[in-house]
Ligand binder design. Structure first.
Ligand SMILES: [Zn+2]
Length: 305
């Protein structure tokens, strides 16, 4: 079912990464710049992430002796240093998720680079090192993102959805490892309900979402894939959902032969296999198209309406 399965370490059947994007209130300021300060209920829902959920998740991981990856907009690192401290103290990785959750593919290349570098500066100041990984906010990876990541020394990206196993992104500037996920493993479609974001998923029992995640895991376990959850502390870190996550982790442990890893560890392992010639990842050359396809002409086509 997977054409090129990865020989995961120590005979593991699959690799598992619970990644959390700690967006906190950055997304509210971005969506409602002039009125975010008046939206206190939404603010409290989002602040629950760094203040309540992150310490809870760090504690949960400690119980299972797991080290995982958190993606943080650098502005959130500045606003919530205690969360940063808790994540680092737990032995987890912090990776780059924009400065203020800006959308790279809606920005000119130089502005995208400005925010990326401004974020890196915060990482260096607060963690003592540059980030190794990047996830584009809202998956909005741009035509220029790969070039900026290569030039800034990133090892991996975790924004795209092009495979069940790691692969490489390549252009004339260089390469990074892509660690893909997809919407079924994101928690917004399962849990997000907010008037301020005009986004309403029907409320359902946490275990219903866990059934989807577990089905994805079972398939990855069977065929040798990489399972990457794209979750948010303010959504999946709520109490009942967190209890369900603990049950999911316990299920994975019971099944066994699972490599629980930080994404920087997965990326380093892929590089190691590639260099040794033990396994050769697929390569995606970016961008996929130099511009809009010519078949429809330059105007907005009536065909699309
Ligand atoms: Zn995000």
């Amino acid at each position: 079912m997977i054409a090129n399965p990865v020989p995961w370490p120590n005979g593991a059947r699959c690799a598992v990464a619970f990644t959390f994007d700690m967006d906190a209130d950055s997304i509210l300021h971005l969506a409602h710049h002039t009125s975010a300060d008046t939206r206190l209920a939404a603010m409290s829902m989002l602040r629950y992430g760094p203040e309540i959920a992150v310490p809870r998740l760090v504690e949960l991981y400690k119980r299972f002796d797991m080290h995982q990856t958190f993606f943080l907009p650098a502005w959130c690192m500045e606003r919530y240093p205690a969360a940063v401290e808790a994540i680092l103290q737990g032995g987890h990785e912090i990776a780059h998720h924009g400065y203020l959750h800006e959308h790279p593919n809606e920005l000119p290349s130089e502005e995208e680079l400005y925010w990326l570098q401004r974020g890196i500066d915060v990482f260096v100041t607060m963690t003592g090192e540059r980030p190794r990984g990047f996830r584009a906010p809202t998956y909005k990876f741009s035509r220029h993102t790969l070039t900026h990541l290569v030039n800034e020394g990133f090892v991996y990206d975790a924004s795209l959805m092009g495979d069940d196993v790691p692969y490489l992104l390549e252009n004339a500037t260089g390469r990074v490892v892509e660690l893909p996920s997809h919407y079924a493993l994101d928690d917004w479609p399962h849990f997000m309900a907010s008037r301020d974001f005009n986004y309403f998923m029907s409320i359902k029992p946490p275990r219903q979402a866990m059934e989807v995640y577990a089905a994805e895991f079972d398939a990855m376990w069977e065929y040798g894939g990489l399972w990457v959850a794209v979750w948010h502390p303010f959504l999946s870190g709520r109490l009942a959902r967190c209890v369900a996550i603990a049950e999911l982790i316990a299920y994975m442990h019971t099944k066994g032969q699972v490599w629980f890893a930080r994404l920087d560890e997965v990326a380093a392992y892929v590089q190691q296999l590639t260099q040794a010639g033990t396994w050769t990842p697929r390569v995606d050359r970016l961008p996929y198209y130099p511009g809009p396809i010519p078949e429809l002409g330059e105007a907005e086509p009536t065909l699309a309406r």
